[in-house]
Design a protein around this ligand. Structure first.
Ligand code: ZN
Length: 85
């Protein structure tokens, strides 16, 4: 038996008929999840884990991403700046 209590926000949500659940606004703000963001959904130890997916360059935010390095996206302009350092 696990001695560590589960982390809870004290918030419950009902799943609708399409399987949707609203992520509480406080959590969206805290985790910087905004409308239109892409999220990754995984099952970890029988729990659903939702994580925001970075879709632009991690340095400048440019949407034109040229490289993926260690699960992070980087644009060519930032790669060129880093190479010049
Ligand atoms: Zn960039």
């Amino acid at each position: 038996m696990d001695a560590t209590p589960a982390r809870t926000l004290g918030v419950t949500r009902r799943v609708d008929r399409l399987g949707r659940v609203v992520i509480p606004a406080e959590l969206r703000r805290r985790l910087h999840i905004a409308e239109g963001d892409i999220v990754d959904i995984q099952v970890v130890d029988d729990c659903v884990v939702i994580s925001r997916v970075e879709t632009g360059c991690v340095f400048c935010g440019d949407a034109e991403v040229a490289h993926l390095h260690q699960d992070r996206t980087v644009c060519q302009a930032c790669v060129d700046v880093i190479k010049a350092l």
